[in-house]
Design a protein around this ligand. Structure first.
Ligand code: HEC
Length: 188
């Protein structure tokens, strides 16, 4: 059996695909609480190298000179328990998407220990650095079964990587000079 695809049919398929992607973007713009998988497609965090460099520059020292690729390797230590993608999927630990600016122990849909809820900090470069150095000492009674990263450079690389990857693209857009995603602007 042979299916002949005429040029007009190809165009139709392209138009359909385009329409679907536009619909996906609009759905995301309208409903932030929509935690469907469509958000994975609607908000990719794969920045170009120059965009990454531009965002990195906005970080406070010493994170502004961090090695993002090395940070990604450090994240292998967290990956078994945490996701960092826009689909906000909790595993053994809460998802870390949108982590910066989140108050500790407050992600809806995840059951924290009282220790983590009582920790009462806003996650940022500094609070994460302190925590990741020695989680079980900093939050006594946490159920996060991880002893921490004592090497400061490793921590800085990891935290810079997390800041880049877990911050919604729409929030980083202001710091990215070129090609801020279609996220922040209405489509014509
Ligand atoms: C063995 C599983 C496991 C590993 C590995 C792990 N975590 Fe966790 N993490 C957890 C759990 C479980 C919690 C919830 C802790 C609680 O409620 O006491 C948590 C909580 C957190 C929180 C607090 C989140 C919030 O919403 O307040 C942060 C930040 C965090 N982890 C970062 C990391 C980083 C970074 C790494 C890698 C260096 C890591 N974790 C490795 C299981 C893990």
């Amino acid at each position: 059996m042979t299916i002949k695809v005429h040029p007009p049919a190809t165009v139709l398929v392209l138009v359909a695909v385009l329409a679907i992607s536009i619909a996906g973007c609009q759905r995301h713009q309208g409903a932030d609480n929509d935690s469907g998988t469509s958000m994975v497609m609607a908000e990719p965090t794969d920045y170009s190298p120059s965009q990454k460099a531009a965002i990195l520059e906005t970080f406070p020292a010493p994170y502004n000179t961090a090695d993002l690729a090395a940070g990604e390797k450090q994240f292998a230590k967290c990956r078994a328990c945490h996701t960092i993608t826009p689909d906000r999927m909790n595993m053994t630990g809460p998802h870390l998407y949108g982590l910066f600016g989140r108050k500790s122990g407050t992600e809806p849909g995840y059951t924290y220990t009282e220790a983590m809820t009582a920790h009462n900090v806003v996650w940022d470069f500094g609070t994460l650095d302190t925590y990741i150095n020695a989680p079980q000492q900093v939050v006594k009674g946490t159920k996060m079964g991880y002893t921490g990263i004592q090497n400061a450079t490793d921590r800085h690389n990891l935290i810079a990587y997390l800041a880049l990857e877990t911050t919604p693209r729409s929030e980083s857009a202001g710091t990215v000079s070129q090609g801020a995603s279609s996220q922040s602007q209405k489509l014509p």
